[in-house]
Each structure stands twice: as C-alpha cells, then as structure tokens.
Design a protein around this ligand. Structure first.
Ligand code: OXD
Ligand code: MN
Length: 611
C-alpha cells in the first residue's frame, strides 16, 4: 500500500479506508501523478487555463459571457449510455427486470482489466464532494477519482467540492467511492507516448454500480451523467438504494417553492423524464398575478421523513446541467439569465462574435455559426447547429429565482408531489391521486415519449416509472414497495400526489395547452387542493378540476380545448390498463399486491364510466 505522502494526500485526510482505496486505484490505473482538488477559484482558473492551452475548451467572448467556455465532445460520446449502465447487485433479482444486471465479482474482474493502466500518462484528480449542504442531516459525501479535468470543472459547479469536504471525513464517516476514467491512456505498456485528443474517450463504455458496497465505476465516456458521477450514478442509482436501506427517497425530481398572493408558501417536488421541461418548470415565471415561484432544484431531490412526521427535501446538487436546445428567452428567461457567465457549454454552436447559440435560444437564427462538430453552419445546412443533447453547466447560485431554501441544511417540507410525462394522448392536464397508494400507482405507470437525453429513438413511447427507469439502483417493484412504506410511515402528513401532462395534442397534432408560464395555473390549482379549497370532479383516473375551478382568467383557449385536455376515454384507458398489466407481469412476485389492486380498481372505475 502506498503511503499518504506517496499519494500526495493533504494533512486533513485521516480516513484509512480512503487512503487504502486510493492506493489500490493508483496501483491499478497507474496515473503519472495525483492531484487533490481543493475547490478554490484559483484552482478553477488554473485548470481552465490548462484546458484552453490544450485546445480542449474555447473561451467565449468575455464581454458577452465572462469566464465561460465551449467544449466539443467526440461525436460518439454525446449522451448517457443506458445499455452500458449496469447494476451489479449480488442477486440478479435485486437489480430487477428494468436494469442491466451483472454479477459483481465478474464485473469487478472485467473492470480491473479495463482500468489496468487506463490513466497512464494522465493526472488522476481526487475530487471530494458533498451532495447537499456540508454536514447537513440529509447530505452525503463522496470521492470521485477521474482522469478528466473537464469532469473536475463540471463537478466543481455541480457539487460542493474541495477540501472542506475532506475535513468532514473521519474514520466513522460513510462516503461513496467513485472511479472514472475516460479510458484513453497517454502511454502504452512499453512507455511509448500516445497522442492526446481534445475529447478523449473509449468506444467501450461501462457505467457500473455496486449497490451493496455503494461503489461506482465508470469507464470510456467523458459526457454528462456518465462522467459526473455525483449526479445520476450517486444521487440517484446508489442514492435510491441507500434510501431503501435507510428509510428515505432519492428521486429524479425538481423542487419548487410557490408563494400565493397572501404570502403562504408551498413546496412541491416534481418528477419528469429527461428533457420534458423540468428545468423550465423549476424556473417558471407564473403568469397568474400575485404568485411567485422560486427555484430550489431542477433535477434531483432527496426526501426524508423529518422529526415532525413530514417529508423534507433537499436538492443535493449545486449546479444545473441543463439541456440547451429549447431553452430560450421566450421559454425560460430565468435559465438564460442564470448562464450570464461562469458557464461551461458542451456541444452547442459558436457564434461569429464568440458567444454560444442553439436551436430555440432566439427567434432569429444567426446567419453563420460553427456547429457542435466544429464545422461551418448556415440555416440552409439542413442539420442542427447544436447537438440535441447539448448542455450548459452553471452554478445554481447564479439563478435569479433561487430560493433561500436551497441553503437550508434540513431541507423544506414537501406539500405536493407531481408526476409528469410527455403524452400526446390520454393523460389529462392535471389529476389528483385519490390517496398516497393511488399516487404511487400513478408514478409507477408513468410513460413518456423518448427524448434525446439518452440514446434511443426519439418519439417512441416508453414506460418511465417515477421518471426513474434509467436511475433506480434496485428492483423497480421493490422501489414501489418502498414508496408504499414511506406513505404508511408519513400517514396523514403525507404530501398530496398529482399527475400532470403539458403535452397533450389535438387530432391535428397541435399542443392543446400553452405550457411554460401558464403551467402556473395548474400549480395554483394544486396549491388550492393542498388547502382543500379547489373543487374537484371525480374522474376514473383521479380527481380533476371541477368546471371553473382551474383559474383560466386572461387565457385565450381555443373552443373545446379544455374538454379535450381533460377527456378520459375509457376504451383507450382500458387498453392502457392491459399494457400496464403486461408491464407489471415482468416483475413477477416482487410486484407489491397493492399495485395489482390499484389496477383492478382503475379498471372498475373505467368500466363504470362506460355504463
Ligand atoms: C439529465 C437526464 O441529464 O435526466 O438530467 O438525462
Ligand atoms: Mn435528469
């Protein structure tokens, strides 16, 4: 084992397991040196200067976007790779039918072969990070080892990163180890130099999670959730399993604080599949007078029952890693104002005056750009200028609508949980679950049209329970069981549960609901439901707004649109129930009985509705 001195460890590192682990990974991956990230601004400047000098990052025009950079990835490394994402639980059944399972011992062997010498000629960065406020009761810490300085810069934005985290780790502290290599050493086994490229990666990719030992290993990709291991790997896949063991929830949810004209505040958590407008909703500007919305989180929430019996939530992240295309002054002005500077842009287009551009940013399309592949582009090029999954990484503290509650160590009490998806048909604009169990059923039966955040065919309908399909670190049926348990524990303090769908279309394929800021009307109705002051109508699929109960004042809606938005067609829903039964059957006897009961009850209600 290497000594602390050989590992270049700062003096506050006392955790023996950490040094042991680091020594092992250093011996395996054989980096040329080891650098411990302190998280300072000086370090940020030094690393960014190095990446500019190496031609990896292009600095943007400082007058237009100070301290911001453009990075272009390898065109084969542009999204999360779900088919290369593995859950390596001891028993296959514990990973469940929705995850790719691999035997942990075999995977370990495979990984050790891949990582052997994988950092030759590169620096290994040791990145200590906290998910949530340092030392907070819901927070957790991790250490990522990576040979990608680009990942380090992103981690500095996305987490609370640096030596302050190391100071929290003594021999009693639980921390999550995460190893990341882009899989492109700069020396071969004989010591011959291999020439570097701006975006090193490897055609072979592995994103592996060992829930029982809480370990993460990622190989071959430098992009997003494949490389920023704090995010999907830790905060969701490992986090969800930790939550199951310890009685809390790690969720793919935004967090929003709403305040009504009387000054009463509400906190809502909302789960949407990737690229369904979560960031837009998290930064909503309400169109209804007197209401304000404040952002707490746009992607991940950790929720834990508090001492008073209510459910408390934090956003464990410190940055937004948002999808750029579709984010514009017309759709999300808050996000546009958030990224005024200190932002890393990946795979967007470069303007002639040294700023960034992507589809949907402005109505006026620039006449000339350098596209995300580094090639000349004009509106007649016939291809997108920015990659559909291009991203901005920006500190949450720059968000003009950030709530002070983001800083709250103990989190915020949740009043409502919302599930949404991108559904052209069937699912109404909003419906409230009859109770918690029905809400869990609503979450479990969510589906959405596929977007560009992951590899796959855009537009296909896919089941995405709780928007957690690619992110649940254990058997999805057990996860539903865990949600049912949490509901039992919360009892009458449980938040109310709702389902929304901003994306319903009419027969001609046009959206029926204007969306964006107008979604505040739905949020307002939800808040009034929390106070039991909005009237409902009992539809087969849940409680929908009674006529006149949704505030539509000042909104011009085409004739008949509201009826179409709320139409529940029993025949179509019964067909959806058949598909749900088939889906549930893949979980065998792990499926909680309650889910079958809920499905039967829904069928009964639909059949009654047809009478
Ligand atoms: C994300 C995603 O990057 O969900 O947030 O894909
Ligand atoms: Mn997400």
């Amino acid at each position: 084992m290497k000594t602390a001195l050989e590992l270049n460890a700062p003096e506050m590192v006392t955790n023996r397991a950490l040094l042991h682990w680091l020594s092992d990974i250093v011996e395996l991956t054989k980096p040329k040196d080891i650098y411990w990230c302190n998280g300072t601004q000086t370090e940020w400047y030094e690393l960014s200067r190095m990446l500019i000098d190496q031609g990896v990052m292009t600095p943007l025009n400082p007058e237009l976007r100070p301290d911001s950079f453009l990075v272009r990835s390898d065109p084969n490394d542009v999204a999360r790779v779900e088919d290369r994402t593995f859950i390596c639980s001891v028993n296959e059944a514990d990973a469940g039918p929705t995850n790719n399972w691999r035997d942990p011992d075999l995977m370990n062997e495979e990984l050790r072969t891949l990582f052997d010498g994988s950092m030759r000629g590169r620096t290994m960065y040791v990145v200590p990070f906290s998910m949530g406020p340092l030392g907070g009761p819901i927070s957790q810490v991790g250490i990522q080892l990576t040979d990608s300085p680009y990942a380090v810069l992103n981690m500095r934005i996305m987490t609370r990163m640096g030596f302050d985290v190391l100071r929290l780790i003594d021999n009693e502290t639980n921390w999550v180890p995460a190893v990341h290599s882009v899989g492109m050493p700069l020396e071969d086994v004989f010591g011959n130099t291999i020439e570097d490229v701006p975006w090193p990666s490897n055609p072979t990719k592995y994103i592996c999670h060992f829930p029982e030992t809480r370990e993460i290993w990622s190989f071959g990709s430098g992009y997003g959730g494949n490389a920023l291991l704090s995010k999907k790997c830790f905060a969701l896949r490992i986090g969800s399993f930790m939550g199951k063991q310890e009685g809390w929830l790690a969720e793919h949810m935004l967090l929003l604080k709403l305040t009504n004209p009387q000054g009463k505040a509400y906190h809502v958590a909302a789960a949407f599949p990737s690229a369904c407008g979560k960031t837009n909703l998290a930064m909503i500007t309400p169109t209804i007078p007197g209401w304000t919305a404040e952002t707490i989180g746009d992607d991940i929430a950790w929720l834990r029952p508090g001492k008073d019996g209510r459910l408390y939530a934090i956003n464990p992240e410190a940055g937004f890693f948002g999808v750029a295309p579709g984010t514009g002054f017309g759709t999300n002005e808050v996000a546009m104002n958030t990224m005024w500077g200190n932002t890393i842009f990946t795979n967007v287009a470069l303007t002639d005056d040294g700023d960034v551009w992507w589809e949907g940013m402005t109505d006026k399309v620039p006449e000339h750009l350098i596209d995300w592949r580094g090639e000349d582009w004009t509106p007649s090029s016939g291809r997108p200028a920015a990659h559909p999954n291009s991203r901005f990484t920006v500190p949450v503290e720059q968000c003009p609508t950030l709530s002070n509650d983001w800083f709250e160590n103990a989190g915020v009490p949740i009043d409502a949980i919302i599930f949404g998806g991108r559904r052209a048909t069937n699912v109404p604009l909003v419906a409230q679950a009859f109770d918690w169990k029905h809400g869990v059923f609503m979450g479990a039966t969510m589906s959405s049209e596929q977007t560009a955040a992951a590899e796959g065919t855009v537009g296909d309908l896919r089941r995405d329970p709780f928007a957690m399909l690619p992110f649940c670190g254990y058997n999805m049926a057990d996860y539903w069981g865990h949600w049912l348990d949490i509901g039992r524990k919360l009892g009458k303090n449980a938040p109310k549960i709702f389902q929304v769908n901003w994306f319903r279309k009419d027969d001609s394929g046009s959206f029926l609901w204007p969306g964006f800021g107008e979604n505040s009307r739905v949020l307002e109705w939800i808040c009034r439901r929390i106070d039991n002051s909005a009237k409902t109508y009992e539809a087969a699929i849940g409680l929908v707004p009674a006529r006149g109960s949704l505030n539509l004042e000042g909104l011009e809606m085409p004739r008949g649109a509201m009826t179409k938005l709320f139409r529940v067609e029993p025949e179509r829903w019964l067909a959806e129930c058949d598909a749900t039964a088939e889906y549930f059957s893949i979980f065998g006897d792990r499926l909680p009985v309650e889910m079958t009961k809920q499905l039967q009850a829904l069928r009964r209600r639909l059949k009654t509705a047809t009478l």
